[in-house]
Design a protein around this ligand. Structure first.
Ligand code: NDP
Length: 285
């Protein structure tokens, strides 16, 4: 048996086609063009590449966007002031500050300064809290993309045992919460977990969000498990690979996501979805 591949690039393309129509209706009927402002601090090449991808995807969907660039020497105070001005600007529906930030800027201060109604990354504690209590809100984009991928294949989540490897605030923790909201039974694993395989081999769904290339092999899963590979690891030859040994795991999993063309394109698509939602004023104030 070979796993069915969940192609995030194709799914993202289909969802974005529908979004184009949604955006044009919003423009025609309400006179509102969704607008995303991205702030980038410093010269991190990976961050710059992510920001370019987000801007390109926005523009292709009819969402307008702009990027505000600051040198890494910007003070936290100045950055917070810029965010406060964007909070007040009615033309700006979504604000995204590209992470990571330089060490002298406290990420948590930046995140709480963004108006929760414009927090299209879904990182504000208010929105995290709403997600935890099962309310509709801006869900963090990567976890939201993962749930959307599972649902696109009509994969039953309810009652299933999901094992998350990784507990970061942007991927591991929120994806576990969203799976719990969908009535999965959730186990979190991390670098201090003992006997990782004892947990993963009991999983119906494995989410690998570790950040180490090809560490999850077929030995980590039971026959027919569903495996979502969140990892993006650049190898010495410049190629990208996930946390999952794709060719090996494909022989045992029932569904598997590739890297690239897996979770990555879905993350950006959920950012666009959140921006449209913000423009429609659907989030709580
Ligand atoms: P972090 O580095 O913040 O978190 C990694 C997690 O993996 C930590 O919780 C860590 O445990 C855990 N971990 C590390 N080593 C092991 C191990 N040997 N066994 C078990 N757990 C381990 O990474 P992120 O969550 O931000 O990202 C994870 C990966 O996903 C990265 O490759 C990143 O590039 C990618 N990513 C992809 C996105 C996409 O759109 N496709 C979006 C965001 C991230 P501990 O907490 O104990 O340190």
């Amino acid at each position: 048996m070979s796993a069915s591949i969940i192609n995030g690039k194709e799914l993202a393309h289909d969802i974005r086609q529908n979004m184009k129509e949604e955006v044009s209706q919003l423009i025609i009927n309400e006179g509102v063009t969704p607008h995303l402002t991205v702030i980038i601090v410093g010269d991190n090449p990976a961050s710059k590449s992510y920001v370019r991808g987000k801007q390109k995807a926005s523009n292709e969907t009819g969402i307008s966007s702009d990027v505000i660039e600051f040198p890494s020497s910007i003070t936290e105070e100045k950055l917070l002031q810029v965010i406060q001005e964007l909070n007040k600007d009615p033309k700006v529906h979504g604000i995204l500050v590209q992470l990571p930030l330089p060490d002298h800027i406290r990420e948590e201060h930046v995140i709480v300064t963004i108006d929760p109604a414009k927090d299209v990354d879904g990182f504000h504690p208010m929105n995290i809290g709403r997600m935890m209590t099962g309310e509709d809100t801006f869900f963090p984009c990567t976890p939201y993309g993962i749930i959307t991928m599972l649902k696109s294949k009509n994969i039953r989540i309810e009652g299933k045992h999901a094992v998350i490897i990784g507990r970061s605030n942007i991927v591991g923790k929120p994806v576990g919460q969203l799976l719990l909201n969908e009535n999965a039974t959730v186990t979190y694993c991390h670098s201090r977990t003992e006997k990782l395989m004892d947990h993963t081999t009991r999983a119906d769904i494995i989410i690998a969000a570790i950040g180490q290339p090809n560490v999850i092999t077929m030995d980590y899963l039971k026959q027919g498990a569903i495996v979502i590979d969140v990892g993006i690891n650049r190898l010495q030859d410049g190629s990208l690979t996930g946390d999952v040994d794709f060719d090996n795991v494909k022989q045992k999993a029932s569904y598997l996501t590739p890297v690239p063309k897996g979770v990555g394109p879905m993350t950006i698509t959920m950012l666009l979805k959140n921006t449209i939602k913000a423009a429609k004023g659907l989030s709580k104030q």
